[in-house]
Design a protein. Sequence first.
Length: 119
Amino acid sequence: MHELSLMQGIFDSVIPVAQQNNATKITSIALRIGEMTMVVPEAMEFAFEALSEDDPLLDGAELTMEFIKPRSKCVDCGAEFEHDRFHMHCPECGSGSTLLTAGRELEVASMEIESPDDE
């Protein structure tokens, strides 16, 4: 399950930012995930819950995930199109020479924290 290591990497990047901003708690993390990453939403949620429950900064935080559909651009005719993970041929000219322009993202879109200033 690669989602566990992915979530650990996400926590490794958001926790220092929260600490630098004097957070007492991370209340939510929003992710943008490309469908080509093959992330399983249920496994990601499980990893989030498993890794966050022992960390007082993350305990009780909410996770939201936005999944990004794959998009490609045809090298031959320049058409841009959305597709599934398996069909990347250009619908305009039939070419297989395409470049993926969206669908491999895995990024923290936002994070909400509580800090002493909120009180």
